[in-house]
Design a protein around this ligand. Structure first.
Ligand code: ATP
Length: 683
């Protein structure tokens, strides 16, 4: 139903409401109040308590304007039980005239303890013997934007509710009636009526805390829609065919025997889960979570091995060139008898043409960056797509790469690896369309990284630590943090630090890496660091993900208070990758905000990525944790994965039941909420 069909909404207002994300009457119904005002009753003045909102009514006994620089209109009223004052700082003289002794007044506002008893500053009020009837329900206060008044929203929503009550449009109840009554939840229609028009005795505390059954009813359907949509996406892929790639023990052993270490129990388990998926003729859709340094690369390699024994191609895409090059070296080592090629944005001209020709004909393993999914990259028989650190890629890009395998009607398997530990409950919501494997064990002999906090000014102490590490033949990172400035400024800050530290350590080989260096120069610096030709590497946060130099045992992070927990954890994960004792120095600029203090002490107290992620979730919320790209899928309008954990659990099991028992209803639920989600995205 169009908004313009409501009284008081002309074309111009409708446009404004549309800009605010309210397109039709249904949207108005789903635009919920932020809070409520209780104008259903009059409170006697002697029953008022401070710091609450109330409505009073009485006779004006005195009204005067105070003398002084800022005159105040004071109006004393008496309701028979007590006196109180109403005060107006900005007032018109005409108002003073109307507020005469003997006039009846009804006022609403926040009750405060004043000098002469209770008072309300700037109350809403009506004057006269004939006061309007008391409100029948609590007055909703809606979120609004510029150019849209509260009154307008209230009137429009009230009309929408009346229309709903009169049955002018239908709002199908899609949840099973039995379930609703078992949970003592109202129907959707009743829930909407309740939240827009709560009766005078409604439990306002519950409404304000978003725990009222009427609100729960809205949330559960929203969450249900999320799980159903995820399931729909998943089963659409499940229906596709994928290459069968079983791998036997001997074939697996070929690669295992080449490794300088034994797999951990967790690595074994995850590899088995992946191999099990690859032996099915439907595309694998699996997310592997592993804390920093837990050994994800070898898990990827063992997945690639399954493709190779079947003569198929595997692709591995990394978020940065540095990381892609590192994977290239590792995988070339693991698969000496196979053709491993590299493609990234820096590969151009003739070389690119050659690489593309190889990808289309002979290459077995293709490593690179997002350049791998450009339109002119044609694969011979792509069977496995591995995406390292998916948060840097959009879901969209993943799909494009998947489509690359469809020449022979077979969809490639896909494996997504992330080093960002995501609390289990959150992962099950955000990645409900994926199977999840967790590498929850670090390789043996890893020592806990010793983390210390140091004031930015304690350079001499720090210099000693750096020298101590380098004297032992180990290496150190020094990370410069400059956020929200340009790459240019970041590079300059790193350059300045580099010059300064060269002066501090004339006898050490100091290197510099930042995002403005050409790819080849970046690679050259990383190669020299890997070969221990550079002892102290000054870097921007470009080294945040994936860089693996086990000989580095000291990490210094400047102005660590500027970074979020997960970023600090990733950075720190660049050390402690071998079996030597590693250290991390978090330098900070005092004084620290409370939030920064929590972040830094969390880092000092634990190395456990999952614990850190849980703390991060508390500090920043799920959207931020999952990264901006993933955020959209987690922007629930009414629900909150933390607060509504029970509802998420219920919705998940209800989704499973409904998919079995009533696919038509599932489709309707997705439809209803898809539109809601789209509207939300516009706001
Ligand atoms: N089972 C194991 N035993 C001993 N060392 C291992 C084992 N698995 C991996 N490693 C080594 O641990 C280091 C870290 O492995 P890898 O680079 O794969 O970690 P990652 O999980 O990708 O970490 P990050 O997310 O920090 O990049 C590497 O040097 C690797 O050779």
């Amino acid at each position: 139903m169009e908004l313009t069909e409501l009284k008081g909404i002309g074309k111009t207002t409708a446009v404004k409401l549309q800009e605010f994300g309210l397109t039709d009457v249904m949207d108005l119904l789903f635009h919920l109040p932020l809070r409520y005002e209780d104008k259903t009753k009059i409170t006697a003045i002697d029953k008022l308590t401070g710091f609450s909102y109330a409505q009073v009514e009485g006779e004006i006994t005195k009204s005067y304007v105070t003398q002084g620089r800022r005159p105040i209109l004071v109006c004393e009223i008496d309701d028979g039980s007590q006196f109180m004052q109403l005060k107006f700082f900005n007032f018109y003289y005409s108002q003073k005239i109307k507020m005469k002794t003997g006039v009846r007044i009804r006022a609403y506002g926040e009750i405060k303890h004043g000098m002469y008893g209770m008072e309300i500053i700037h109350p809403e009020f009506t004057l006269g013997e004939e006061q309007p009837a008391l409100a029948q329900s609590l007055t909703p206060i809606y979120p609004k934007s510029e150019g849209i008044s509260q009154k307008l929203l209230q009137k429009a929503a009230a009309q929408a509710i009346t229309l709903l009550e009169q049955g002018a449009f239908k709002l199908d109840e899609l949840l099973p009636a039995q379930w609703l009554s078992a949970q003592q939840m109202p129907t959707l229609s009743d829930a909407l009526k309740f939240v827009h028009k709560p009766p005078p005795d409604a439990d306002v505390m519950k409404l304000l805390n978003h725990t009222h059954p009427a609100q729960q009813r809205l949330k559960i359907e929203e969450i249900l829609a999320h799980f159903l949509a995820m399931h729909q996406a998943r089963s659409a892929i499940e229906r596709l065919n994928a290459p069968l790639m079983p791998i036997n023990k001997m074939q697996k052993q070929q690669l295992l025997s080449r490794l300088p270490f034994e797999l951990t129990g967790a690595q074994h388990r995850v590899v088995n889960e992946i191999h099990h998926d690859l032996a099915r003729n439907h595309p694998m859709q699996r997310l592997v979570q592993g804390d920093v340094g837990s050994g994800k690369t070898v898990v990827a390699a063992l997945s690639i091995q399954a493709a190779l024994v079947h003569g198929k191609q595997a692709v591995m895409m990394a978020p940065t060139e540095i990381l892609a090059e590192q994977h290239l070296l590792t995988l070339k080592d693991y698969f000496p008898e196979h053709e491993v090629v590299f493609l990234s944005g820096k590969i151009k001209g003739k070389i690119r043409t050659e690489v593309l020709a190889k990808i289309a004909s002979s290459a077995d393993v293709i490593i690179g960056t997002h350049a791998l999914f450009q339109a002119d990259v044609i694969y011979r028989n792509l069977a496995l797509v591995i995406i390292d650190e998916q948060h840097r890629f959009g879901v969209h890009q993943r799909l494009m790469l998947k489509q690359k395998g469809q020449a022979n009607d077979l969809t490639p398997h896909s494996l997504i690896m992330t080093a960002t530990p995501i609390p289990r409950t959150l992962a099950q919501i955000a990645y409900a369309n994926l199977d999840i494997s967790v590498i929850d064990e670090l390789p043996p002999n890893r020592k806990v990284i010793n983390t210390v906090l140091l004031d930015n000014h304690k350079m001499p102490q720090l210099a000693e630590r750096i020298r101590h590490a380098c004297d032992k033949g180990e290496q150190a990172y020094w990370v410069c943090t400059l956020i929200e400035e340009s790459e240019h400024l970041r590079a300059k800050a790193a350059q300045d630090t580099f010059e300064e530290l060269k002066d501090w350590f004339p006898d050490l080989e100091v290197g510099l890496i930042h995002g403005r260096l050409k790819s080849d120069d970046k690679q050259a610096v990383m190669d020299r660091f890997k070969a221990n030709e550079i002892q102290l590497l000054i870097a921007t946060t470009v080294i945040e993900v994936g860089v693996d130099v086990p000989n580095a045992s000291l990490m210094v992070i400047e102005n660590a208070e500027r970074l979020g927990l997960s970023q600090l954890h990733q950075l720190r994960g660049r050390v402690g990758r071998g079996n030597r004792q590693s250290h991390c120095v978090l330098m900070y600029q005092a004084p620290l905000s409370e939030n920064a203090q929590v972040r830094l002490t969390t880092m000092r107290e634990t190395n456990d990525g999952f614990k850190i992620a849980r703390q991060d979730l508390k500090l920043r919320g799920p959207g931020e944790i999952l990264g901006t790209r993933q955020k959209g899928s987690m922007e629930f309008r009414f629900s909150n994965p933390e607060q509504d954990a029970v509802l998420f659990k219920q919705a998940k099991s209800m989704a499973a039941d409904l998919l079995q028992s009533n696919p038509d209803v599932c489709e309707k639920i997705i439809q209803r909420w898809q539109r809601q989600a789209q509207e939300l995205a516009k706001v």
